[in-house]
Ligand binder design. Structure first.
Ligand code: IDC
Length: 330
């Protein structure tokens, strides 16, 4: 090697060493979103951008009109520290200043709350589910046109976001049998897909989102569609787990967008034993789950004690029995 080459190599090595020394090592902790990116549906479960199973560990708000104060970044951050990676924004359509029963000002208020929630979740790198919370309006077709209008606007607004999922009918019941739900779902899916090609769409199932086994015989064609299963462990035991297993065995993608360890009415008894059985089973199939509900309502499914007025930064003594059980699993 001639001298010129030697000197060049030395200088280059020196520069290389310097650049390593000088690069400030910034430690940015990975968020659920930065680590997983755009979620997809593959087989019976949700996977991340690299195709690896991603298990949603979520918390659902109570109705946005009932408890708007919990839709704030500090609250979501407090939950994130507990292992929560997803927030579900439950927007009732009929009950209590529902989106379809309230006036135009109420609609605006609810959409602003959704925006606050989506922004907060995005800044924290969390996923967020926008839930069209039908309940007393058992048949999703009741407000089909309002739903299409809402989702067209919302799915377009958030089309560039990788962390937003759309749940198009919380719990069909009464007249909401699968043929009607399917008709509704196809129409709303088409609307969402006209403005948003990738986002995961969650579809409610008959009998308060329990009959996933029935749906498994006749699912809707299309990508990134997943079906809701809801359980309240003190009421729904092995018979519902059997329906879930049957659906999974038939290849249906399932996501638990609502659950609790209380009775189905959201209060009454608590069953940790049944809750534990459910969690073990969901883990086996890598099925995501979202717990009901983020509020301090005097009911046992609330995660915050009714005596606690804080809307974020909760301490262990601020949490209810269900919440304390939940954090162990998350
Ligand atoms: C319950 C709330 C309760 C409220 C009621 C309104 O916990 O405070 O008064 O709704 O009807 C569901 C529903 C969810 C219910 C929950 C508990 O999706 O809206 O919330 N539940 O009853 N399905 C099964 C249970």
């Amino acid at each position: 090697m001639n001298i010129l080459k030697k000197v060049t190599v030395m200088i280059l090595s020196f520069v290389l060493v310097l650049s390593f020394v000088n690069v400030p090592v910034k430690k940015v902790a990975a968020s659920p979103l930065s680590a997983n990116g755009q979620l997809k549906v593959k087989g019976t479960k949700i996977v991340n951008a690299k195709g690896k199973a991603f298990v949603i560990k979520g918390v659902s708000t109570h109705g946005l009109s009932w408890f708007p104060q919990y839709v704030n970044k500090k609250a979501f951050k407090t939950l994130k520290k507990k292992g929560v990676n997803t927030i579900r924004l439950a927007m009732y359509t009929a009950e209590y200043n529902g989106y379809c029963t309230g006036d135009a000002a109420n609609k605006k208020k609810l959409k602003n709350l959704i925006d606050t929630g989506v922004k907060a979740a995005s800044e924290l790198g969390m996923y967020v589910i926008i839930d069209w919370h039908i309940l007393s309006d058992g048949d999703p077709l009741t407000y089909k046109n309002e739903s299409k209008k809402f989702f067209k606007e919302i799915a377009k607004k958030y089309a560039s976001k990788k962390n937003v999922l759309y749940e198009i009918c919380n719990e069909p019941n009464g007249a909401g049998d699968w043929s009607k739900i399917k008709k509704y779902a196809k129409a709303v899916i088409k609307t969402i897909r006209s403005v948003n090609k990738k986002a995961i769409i969650i579809i409610g199932t008959p009998t308060w989102s329990q009959d996933v086994d029935q749906v498994a015989n006749d699912p809707i064609k299309g990508d990134n569609l997943i079906y809701a299963l809801h359980f309240y462990a003190a009421t729904h035991g092995q018979y519902l787990r059997d329906k879930y297993i049957a659906a999974i065995k038939k290849g249906l993608p399932v996501l638990v967008t609502e659950f609790g360890i209380t009775d189905a009415n959201g209060s009454g008894n608590i069953s940790k034993t049944e809750g534990n059985k459910w969690m073990k089973l969901l883990n086996k199939y890598k099925t995501g789950r979202v717990c009901w509900n983020l509020s301090n309502r005097a009911e046992r499914s609330a995660l915050i004690k009714s005596s606690c007025q804080k809307t974020s930064g909760w301490k262990s003594s601020d949490y209810t029995t269900q919440a304390k059980w939940l954090w162990k699993w998350y």
